[in-house]
Design a protein around this ligand. Sequence first.
Ligand code: HEM
Length: 280
Amino acid sequence: MDMEGLETIDVMQKLAIPLPVVVISDLLGVPSKDRAMIKTWSDIIFLPFAKETYDDINAQKAQVMKEFYEYLYPIVLEKRKNPADDIISDLTKAELEGEQLTDEEVVMSSIGLLGAGNETTTTFISNAFYSMLFDQPGIYQELRADLSLVPKLLEEVLRFRFPSVMDRRITQDTAVFGHEMKQGQMIMAWVGAADRDEAQFAHGDEFDAHRPNNQQHLAFGSGPHFCLGAPLARMEARIALSSFVKRFADIGAVEGFEVTDHLTDSALGQSLKSLPIRLA
Ligand code: HEM
C-alpha cells in the first residue's frame, strides 16, 4: 500500500479495499496469492438485489458460491489433517458436547467470515476519510495533535455513517408502537435511524468526534447476533488511521469532488466506490 511521493491517492484502492481482505485471508489461513479472487467472490456474494436484475444477480451469486466452495473444500481437508495456527484449522478442531463441525460446515463458516469482514470494513475506513474531509473539517489536525482521539472519531463514523438495516422473521404475532406484525412476516429494521435518535444523541444529525456517548451506536447490531468481527473491524480501522495520520501532515479534497459521482448502489446505502484525496 505504497503512497510515498504521491500527491493524490484513491483511498479506496490504496487502503480501504486491500487492508480488510489481507487481514481476514491471513487470519483464516488461505494463501495470500488468492486474495484478489477472494475479494471478487465476496463482493459478488454481497451484491445488493434489484428488481430488474434479480435473476442475473442470483445466478452470479450461485456460480460464485460454487467456485468459492470448491476452492475452500480441499483447503479445509488439508487443515483438518495438518492443522496450522489459523481460524480454519481452529474450526476443524472446535468441539461442543463431543460434536465437531463437518467439512461442509467449516467451508460455509469460512465463506461467511471471509465475506462478512470485507465490504463492511472497507466502507468503515473510507467513510472515516470522508468524514474527516467533509463532516468535520479540521479534525485531521486535532488527530495529529492527539492520536487518542482516533477511536472516538471512528465510533462517530460508525454512528453517523453506518445506516445498518437488519431483516428479521416475526416468530409470533406482536405489535410494536401500534403496528401489528404477524408470525412469519419479514420486517426490515432501519437500525441506523436509532443512531440519529435525538433522545439518545443530542444534535444526532451532526457529526462530532468529541461526542461523549458516540460508542452507544447500533452499527454492529445488538443482542445474540452482535457482530462477531466488531473488535477486528475497530482494530483494523484504528491501526490504519493512526498510521496514516502519523505519516501525512494533512489531507484535502480534490478540486471538483462531487460525492454523487463516487457512490455505489451498495446494500449499505452509503458506500463509496472511490475517494480521491490530496496528500500533504
Ligand atoms: C465496520 C465493520 C462491520 C460492521 C458495520 C458490521 C455489522 C454487523 C451487523 C450489524 C451485524 C448483525 C446482523 C444482524 O443482527 O442481523 C453483524 C454480524 C456479524 N458480523 Fe459484522 N460487521 C462488520 C465487520 C465484521 C468483520 C470484520 C467480521 C468478520 C471477521 C464480521 C463478521 C460478522 C459475523 C460472523 C456476524 C454474524 C454474528 C451472528 O449472527 O451471531 N463483521 N455485523
